[in-house]
Design a binder for this molecule. Structure first.
Ligand SMILES: CC/C=C\C/C=C\C/C=C\C/C=C/C(=O)SCCNC(=O)CCNC(=O)[C@H](O)C(C)(C)COP(=O)(O)OP(=O)(O)OC[C@H]1O[C@@H](n2cnc3c(N)ncnc32)[C@H](O)[C@@H]1OP(=O)(O)O
Length: 201
């Protein structure tokens, strides 16, 4: 019942949030998705177990050492979520980590150093695409946070409807990225490139 009520509540939001973006940002993932489906490829960084009888999928992040959110990882994550969205039998999604101690270390720091402005722009668009896709999902989403989850890892969990975290004092969570001097770029593609250009130098 609770699951159904949450789903109904979310569906109201989806109408507002799933408007086509003027930047066309969703088209990249869709294009990748189509080509991946054609090739029937499987993703090594993300494992999805879908239980037909419950309608709930468990998406396990398995990208050692710390499930950092690289461009490849974010793309795979979005593709996996998009595939589940297309399956009408899937009503709920649990995101968790198959690594010990870490849910996700957040954005991959190596994506923010020494990269071209174009690559930086692509990366930040993928970050934005991830949280928009998760936040506007028509599935009921739950983050099962079974390890540390700083910065972008925290962001990922915040895009879910519910968060449950292991009760372990060694695990931390929070939006600590400003300590690294990382400020989220503004919304437009032009600004993303402008902003990230400075961080690649
Ligand atoms: C609704 C909101 C809308 C819009 C908001 C938009 C944007 C705002 C949001 C996002 C901004 C986010 C920015 C970020 O995420 S920046 C990244 C911040 N992350 C961190 O600072 C995490 C740092 N890492 C840790 O604290 C620890 O590594 C951790 C607790 C995760 C694990 O500790 P453990 O002791 O188990 O492992 P380590 O030995 O520390 O690390 C192993 C290995 O992994 C590498 N590593 C760690 N973190 C990262 C990372 N983020 N990226 C890349 N690589 C990482 C680390 O260097 C080690 O590598 P090696 O030495 O080669 O073994």
């Amino acid at each position: 019942m609770a699951l159904r009520a949450a789903l109904r509540q979310k569906c109201g939001l989806i109408g507002i949030l799933s408007q086509p973006s003027s930047s066309g940002s969703h088209s990249r993932v869709s294009a990748v998705l189509v080509s991946q489906m054609r090739n029937n490829a499987t993703s090594p960084k993300i494992k999805v177990d879908f239980n037909q009888s419950t309608g709930v999928a468990v998406l396990s992040m398995q990208s050692p050492p710390v499930n950092s959110l690289s461009l490849d990882f974010l793309t795979e994550l979005c593709i996996s979520v998009e595939k589940l969205e297309m399956d009408r039998a899937c009503r709920g999604l649990i995101i968790t980590s198959s690594l010990p101690k870490v849910f996700s270390a957040g954005l991959d720091i190596l994506e923010m150093y020494g990269k071209s402005p174009e690559r930086c722009g692509e990366f930040w668009r993928a970050v934005q695409e991830m949280w928009l896709k998760m936040y506007s999902s028509n599935m009921v989403t739950i983050a099962a946070i079974n390890g540390s989850s700083p910065a972008g890892g925290c962001l990922l969990s915040l895009t879910c409807d519910y968060r449950i975290m292991s009760d372990n004092p060694r695990y931390s969570i929070g939006l600590n990225e400003t300590l690294l001097g990382i400020v989220a770029p503004f919304g437009t593609d032009k600004n993303i490139i402008k902003n990230t250009h400075t961080c690649s130098n």
